[in-house]
Write a protein that binds this ligand. Structure first.
Ligand code: AMP
Length: 296
């Protein structure tokens, strides 16, 4: 595994690989890596000839009063995880490498950045879209891997890739959870024992709603209510919403298309997000029409 800090060094390393026709996978991260990141890197290593992992705590996606200054870091551990999971190149740019003096051009996502986290983190997805577009241009990967854990982020990025004709395939990897259901997150390190216990309500609620959905419950309000019941021990619920998985618009009545139940809560001063995707069968969405052979 090679470790590089500048765009020039990264490009010099990747150019011969690209010239040989190697397929390049890319996993952008903010570091303090865990098995969720590991799953993305492993997928990339399995599907691509070379895997680039970036660690960059992007100041432009943090709002005032958020945890930019205290965001956890452990470079030595991160390097080991990257090595173990099949990283070819680890890219560790400084802030000035990504945002040199005079930087002023941004990617402005549209409506998809407005609901859910967008309501509470103004400018967040603008910061994410901008840095991801820059990293795509720096790395020029064939495939980029993102976690379902940040569901709205995956939708915003897929839209950006289409809207700006970026030549990258986006792969979304399912959320990796602890055995008690809590989604792995770098921010879990902020939780003390009590908060960590209470955080279980978030995943328990969402997974209970998914279980109810899988057992046939289709009423949006009921599904939200099932999730809400498990959130009694969190300090506050920022949002808990069932939305169309593509448009991110709220769903009411019977769920007849792929939906995402998304939540953000505060526990012990830490903001946690999680989600489950609820996919009705092809029969319910009418997609089976052309798939099943015609019977006369
Ligand atoms: P971050 O370092 O938090 O910016 O995350 C980098 C990438 O890892 C993003 O695409 C996240 O969605 C993904 N990720 C974070 N946590 C998980 C998890 N528990 N399971 C799967 N992917 C994750």
């Amino acid at each position: 595994m090679r470790v590089v800090r500048t765009i020039a060094d990264l490009r010099a390393l990747l150019r011969p690989l690209r010239d040989e026709g190697k397929r390049i996978g890319f996993v952008p991260t903010m570091g303090f890596l865990h098995d969720g990141h590991g799953a993305l890197i492993r997928q990339s290593a399995a599907r691509c000839d070379a895997t680039v992992v970036s660690i960059f705590v992007n100041p432009n996606q943090f709002g005032p009063g958020e945890d930019l200054a205290s965001y956890p870091r452990d470079l030595e551990r991160d390097q080991n995880l990257c090595l173990e999971t099949g990283t070819t190149v680890l890219f560790l740019p400084e802030v000035a490498e990504i945002y040199p003096t005079g930087f002023q051009t941004h990617v402005e996502p549209g409506r998809l950045a407005e609901p859910l986290c967008g309501q509470f983190r103004p400018g967040h997805f603008r910061g994410v879209a901008t840095v991801v577009a820059k990293l795509f241009n720096i790395v020029q990967p064939d495939v980029a891997f993102f976690g379902q854990k940040d569901f709205q982020q995956t939708v915003v990025i897929r839209r950006m890739v289409r809207d700006l004709n970026l030549p990258v395939d986006v792969v979304v990897v399912p959320t990796i959870r602890e055995t008690d259901g809590v989604a792995l997150s770098s921010r879990n390190t902020y939780l003390d024992e009590d908060a960590r216990k209470r955080a279980q309500g978030l995943s328990h609620g969402l997974l209970a709603a998914k279980a109810a959905f899988d057992a046939g419950e289709r009423q949006a309000a009921k599904l939200v209510e099932i999730a809400r019941r498990s959130l009694a021990d969190v300090d506050s619920i920022q949002y808990l919403e069932l939305v169309d998985a593509q448009a991110l618009e709220p769903l009411a009545g019977a769920v007849d298309r792929t939906a995402a139940l998304c939540a953000a809560v505060f526990v012990g001063g830490t903001r946690l997000i999680d989600n489950v995707v609820l996919a009705p069968s092809a029969v319910e969405t009418g997609l089976n029409v052309s798939l099943s052979p015609q019977r006369v």
